[in-house]
Design a protein around this ligand. Structure first.
Ligand SMILES: Nc1ncnc2c1ncn2[C@@H]1O[C@H](COP(=O)(O)OP(=O)(O)OP(=O)(O)O)[C@@H](O)[C@H]1O
Length: 343
């Protein structure tokens, strides 16, 4: 098994702030992997460490076996990054920006032009190739960031909130495109605040909080850990919850709500038959049954809610730290956009 990403006990301090606190993660080649966490959890810092925009305080990080610090160039050349912030050189036509980017990663000029055209076609903005970044609409800017990530034909595509602020149609377009790329073998690391996005796209997700890994699992596994709600409507309004209901294995709580019994359980589908049997033998007739599965969002909130009041979350742009001894990447050299474009 080849690992696209392997980090071990990764620590990143910004002064007094510990943004990553011993983070160990493994992402397999070809996986679609989601990184979820509340604001300030350390997701962008993790990505910045992988791409060399931040230098780890401690621990190790490798991309396809290349240490991201000691073997920066080899690691970086395997990665395409679509960052959260618009950090694009605004004064050149976007096609030229892509050519520069490919050239920086060692692609010869003629091939760089072809790659630039191909990337623009892939994301559907080829007809805007001679336009400056500033003159693109918000949605086109997101598409362009993806084109820039793709122009080097990366093995690992890192997407930091790729659909932030985009409309539903574009979000679906982007999902489709990213799924195709993943189906073609590209490993994808995605951070998103749209939990349903992660639920739909990702093979596995890591939930992070305060720089630590809280959990890594498939979306299905995580959801199965949540509490489901089973609502049983009875022919006759029950006077109270029959005591045998609470005794059923897996049942956490039960209440009467009008003519229905509302039961919370670790696995709604598993307890439903026992609930039906128990109620029928207690003389009730069940006329309707509805099971609402826990959403990944609820599980996520449960897992990360412990210490949300400290206000450490931030949407600020992460300042690029230039690593000594490495040339600045064009992505780093460009001025980060403070989010003033209203996107
Ligand atoms: N350049 C920096 N200088 C100082 N502190 C920073 C810097 N970058 C990030 N931090 C701090 O590190 C912590 C993690 O921030 P990070 O941006 O990685 O979180 P995130 O999970 O990406 O958050 P969001 O979901 O809001 O994008 C926060 O407390 C943040 O304030």
């Amino acid at each position: 098994m080849t690992l696209a990403i392997r980090t071990e006990d990764l620590v990143k301090d910004y002064g007094d702030v510990r943004a990553l606190d011993g983070l160990s993660l493994e992402v397999e080649e070809g996986e679609f992997f989601g990184l979820l966490g509340p604001n300030g959890a350390g997701k962008t810092t993790f990505i910045n460490t992988l791409v060399g925009l931040a230098r780890a305080t401690d621990g190790t990080a490798e991309v396809f076996g290349h240490d991201v610090a000691a073997d920066y160039r080899a690691a970086r050349n395997r990665i395409g990054l679509a960052p959260q912030e618009f950090n694009v050189d605004r004064f050149f036509p976007i096609r030229e920006v892509l050519e520069h980017k490919a050239g920086y990663h060692g692609v010869a000029p003629a091939a760089a032009s072809e790659r630039a055209d191909e990337a623009l076609r892939t994301v559907g903005i080829y007809d805007k190739r001679d336009t400056r970044f500033d003159w693109l609409s918000g949605g086109m800017k997101r598409r362009f960031l993806l084109a820039r990530a793709l122009v080097t034909d990366p093995d690992l595509l890192i997407l930091d909130e790729p659909t932030a602020g985009v409309d539903v149609e574009l979000r679906h377009d982007l999902w489709e495109l990213i799924e195709e790329l993943n189906a073609g073998g590209m490993t994808v690391l995605l951070t998103t605040h749209y939990i349903e996005e992660a639920e739909r796209l990702c093979d596995r997700v890591a939930i992070m909080d305060e720089g630590r890994r809280v959990e890594v699992a498939t979306p299905d596994d995580l959801r199965a850990r949540g509490t489901d709600t089973v609502r049983l409507t009875l022919a006759q309004r029950p006077a109270a919850v029959p005591s045998a209901v609470r005794a059923i294995d897996g049942v956490q709580d039960a209440t009467v709500d009008g003519d229905a019994l509302v039961v919370t359980a670790a696995g709604g589908g598993r307890v439903a038959p026992a609930l039906m049997r128990t109620l029928e033998s207690a003389g009730h007739r069940v006329v309707d049954l509805d099971i609402r599965r826990a959403s990944l969002e609820e599980v996520f909130v449960d897992m990360t809610r412990l210490d949300d009041e400290d206000g450490s979350g931030t949407d600020d742009a992460v300042d690029a730290e230039t690593d000594d001894g490495t040339e600045p990447d064009p992505e780093v050299a460009a001025v980060p956009d403070g989010g003033t474009d209203g996107d």
